[in-house]
Design a protein around this ligand. Structure first.
Ligand SMILES: [Zn+2]
Length: 306
């Protein structure tokens, strides 16, 4: 496949992921570059296949067959056409050619693809490995919410500070956090440290039987702190982060309601929304204790968490 075609396919995939093109031919913001979307999930990507890399792996399968002496005409043709990073991974002469990457020395497309993909793992919000990023995909929650959690933790939700960086003009008044109306909005402030949401975290954590407050500066560290607290409280592994994500999601919905629909910030209403969402999610996955009503769940959420 020519690289131009691979690029076109990737562009199409990326447009699809970020919602295509809107009226007046303006492209929607692609919050995460396609190269990073294709990273493994524990490195901050979505683990999608990079077409160019996959194509290269398939070509190397040809190269392998040819080196094994299957067809020399094809080998010369391909050698003239492609030079790639996997070239050095073949070793030995014609008779004892082997593939260094896998233990048995036999070539496989999957091992070649992961060799190429590993070389793309960068630094920054997209990391070599982050436990939080792999944990969100394992939770018993709807896929849409996992995607929200992913964008939250790689800091690619349209918070006002990020819109500013992307040259989207907002008035100075508009840059403020909607919960307190004082500090500028950004991920760590508005969802964790803001005085306006402090009470939400306090109430929700007491509700699940473990009073907790934000002490960490950075949100991934903060999540891990919550995670270890829940673990000590014998909460089931796949439910550990669920309360956290539900709280984040409802805070985000409330923030958007205030920003776009002139709603007012209402702590009690927010708490009620978080609890009822968690009640709905309690039917997800394996249910060890059937929950008959919201009333019971509200009284003892640990029935579903532990
Ligand atoms: Zn605030």
């Amino acid at each position: 496949m020519p690289s131009r075609v691979a690029k076109e396919i990737s562009k199409f995939q990326s447009n699809f992921l970020w919602g295509g093109v809107v009226e007046d031919n303006k492209r929607r913001i692609h919050w995460v570059s396609w190269k990073n979307v294709c990273l493994p999930i524990e490195c901050g990507g979505l683990g999608l296949k990079n077409i160019s890399d996959f194509n290269m792996s398939l070509l190397n399968k040809w190269r392998w067959r040819i080196l094994k002496g299957e067809d020399s005409l094809w080998f010369n043709l391909l050698k003239a056409r492609y030079r790639d990073i996997a070239m050095n991974s073949f070793c030995g002469g014609k008779d004892e050619v082997c593939w260094r990457v896998s233990g048995d020395g036999i070539f496989s497309v999957a091992s070649c693809y992961s060799l190429i993909a590993r070389k793309r793992i960068p630094c920054g919000p997209f990391e070599k490995f982050n436990e939080v990023l792999s944990l969100i995909w394992k939770m018993d929650i709807p896929y849409k919410i996992k995607a929200f959690g992913w964008r939250f933790f790689v800091n690619r939700l349209p918070f006002k500070d990020l819109l500013l960086v992307r040259d989207i003009v907002l008035s100075p008044e508009n840059l403020k956090c909607v919960f307190c109306g004082i500090d500028p909005e950004n991920r760590e402030h508005s969802f964790l440290k803001c005085k306006g949401v402090e009470v939400v975290w306090r109430e929700i954590s007491s509700w699940i039987g473990k009073p907790w407050r934000v002490i960490e500066e950075e949100c991934k560290a903060c999540f891990m702190d919550w995670y270890s607290v829940c673990k000590k409280n014998k909460v089931k592994v796949n439910k550990l982060g669920v309360v956290w994500i539900a709280t984040m999601w409802i805070l985000w919905i409330s923030r958007n309601g205030i920003c776009f629909w002139n709603e007012v910030w209402d702590v009690n209403n927010t708490l009620w929304k978080i609890k009822s969402l968690l009640w709905k999610w309690s039917f997800f996955g394996e249910i060890t204790h059937p929950i008959s009503s919201f009333y019971e769940f509200n009284k003892d959420p640990l029935l579903f968490l532990s």
